[in-house]
Design a binder for this molecule. Structure first.
Ligand code: PMP
Length: 436
């Protein structure tokens, strides 16, 4: 057996995602194994996984039922594609998905969040075309948004660093402002101010002509941009403007999906129903790459009215509905249900909120934000943007907690299995660095 417990000789061949290799090689943090909420590094250092993988291991690590389901499926049917043929487990997984998502009737499987976003944007364009409104080509996103790294998602995304190297991308993308207002600092949960910022969508309609706008995409809670919950009334207002102008509303639930706010999806938490939403990450508890786009019947039906010879959507991935990913999805849903994972998130959210907001007055803290079991401690900038965040990340790692630096925000999204005492442990480690 390959134990994977030492530092590999070659740290060059793997071109790492979003990582400057010179930083990594100066102090390689190499994880050998994981169980529950803990990682253990190759040199035996144990850290609490404060980011649940990368916002994705909602049931914690090493869940035996999921491992077993993947092993069994690999032995039974390792792979079959779904282009003009199919296999039962993909249909079973899709049924489980739509059962969880009230009012959504179909799911298109992808392999990642980025693919889910680009698929949703393409469905929006093709939907309008199928209904004779092919002039609707504008896709609207927001500043600070993260929608993955493929062409469509980058185009509607709003994190400058991610886009700077790539030029124009999709030419008909427009952006609304983000909802980070100074008066919202230290809000507990959803902030009070900023519903009016949804009117940026109306302004884009007025400037471009509403009849040219296909869709608007929004993370219900900005995640990778630094954990910004939506101001009260904001998502409701977006929905109204979309309805009044024939625009599709897409929620990007790649982070918020599968219980992060205590409900299966954020749309249920906020009581605002989009026309489509994306999900990934927690769909398989991150064990096998998997994502999907959920649509209402109304969206799908538009595609079924074309000529008999046309496929209903000319789009797909070799691995859409991969048997291993589908087996992992079904087992993951069983675990979420049987272990009351979403309910635990809802019960722990107030404890999490209190723990995080003990840092509101800590020196060098600019803001603290939270919703469900996600949160961020935003540090004041010291030196270049990101320097303070990186220094705190390193200090926290050494003390036994991994967080995700997003600029100077320390983003956290622990496994949803978290107990009160584990929240206490996270609080103690944060305090040892933020209030030494
Ligand atoms: N959308 C959102 C909201 C995300 O947070 C992410 C990943 N963090 C993505 C899309 C992209 O997902 P992936 O990395 O699986 O492509």
């Amino acid at each position: 057996m390959n134990e994977q417990t030492s530092v590999p000789n070659d740290l060059d061949s793997f071109w790492m995602p979003f990582t400057a290799s010179r930083w990594f090689k100066a102090n390689p943090r190499l994880i050998a194994k994981a169980k529950g909420i803990h990682y253990t590094t190759v040199d035996g250092h144990e850290v609490i996984d404060g980011t649940g993988g990368l916002w994705c291991c909602n049931a914690g690590h090493g869940v035996d039922r999921i491992t077993k389901a993947i092993q069994d499926q690999a032995a039974r049917l390792d792979f079959a594609h779904s282009f003009n043929q199919g296999h039962p487990i993909a249909f079973q997984a899709a049924s489980r998905m739509v059962d969880l998502a009230d009012g959504f009737d179909h799911v298109f499987f992808t392999n990642s969040g980025s693919e889910a976003v680009d698929t949703a944007l393409k469905i929006a364009l093709a939907y309008h075309q199928a209904r004779g409104e092919g002039q609707r080509r504008i896709l609207v996103g927001r500043a600070k948004a993260y929608h993955g790294i493929n062409f469509g998602g980058l185009s509607v995304g709003g994190l400058g660093l991610n886009k700077g190297q790539f030029g124009t991308l999709y030419p008909s993308a427009q952006h609304m402002r983000h909802t980070d207002l100074p008066e919202n600092r230290f809000s507990h949960g959803q902030p009070e101010h900023g519903a009016h910022l949804a009117d940026d969508l109306q302004a884009i309609c007025d400037a471009q002509g509403a009849h040219t706008i296909a869709a608007v995409i929004a993370e219900p809670v900005f995640g990778a941009g630094g954990v910004y919950p939506p101001p009260k009334g904001y998502l409701e207002r977006l929905r109204e403007i979309c309805d009044a102008n024939g625009i599709l509303l897409i929620f990007d639930e790649v982070i918020t999906g599968f219980g992060r706010l205590g409900t299966p999806f954020a749309s249920q938490y906020f009581g605002v129903k989009p026309d489509m939403f994306t999900a990934a990450k927690g769909m398989t508890n991150a064990t096998v790459p998997m994502g999907g786009v959920f649509t209402t019947a109304a969206v799908r039906d538009a595609f079924l009215q074309g000529p008999e010879t046309m496929p209903d959507l000319f789009h797909g991935y070799t691995y859409s509905g991969h048997p291993l990913a589908c087996a992992a999805t079904i087992a993951t849903m069983d675990v979420y249900r049987d272990e009351g994972i979403f309910e635990n998130c809802a019960a722990m959210a107030p404890v999490w909120q209190d723990m995080l907001h003990q840092f509101d007055n800590a020196p060098g803290v600019h803001d603290v934000r939270n919703l469900g079991l996600m949160g961020a401690v935003h540090l004041e900038q010291k030196g270049a943007v990101g320097d303070a965040g990186r220094a705190a990340y390193e200090a926290l790692w050494d003390k036994g907690l991994s967080v995700r630096p997003a600029g100077d925000s320390l983003a956290m999204s622990p496994p949803l299995t978290l107990t009160e005492s584990e929240i206490g442990q996270i609080g103690d480690i944060l305090a040892s660095v933020l209030k030494p």
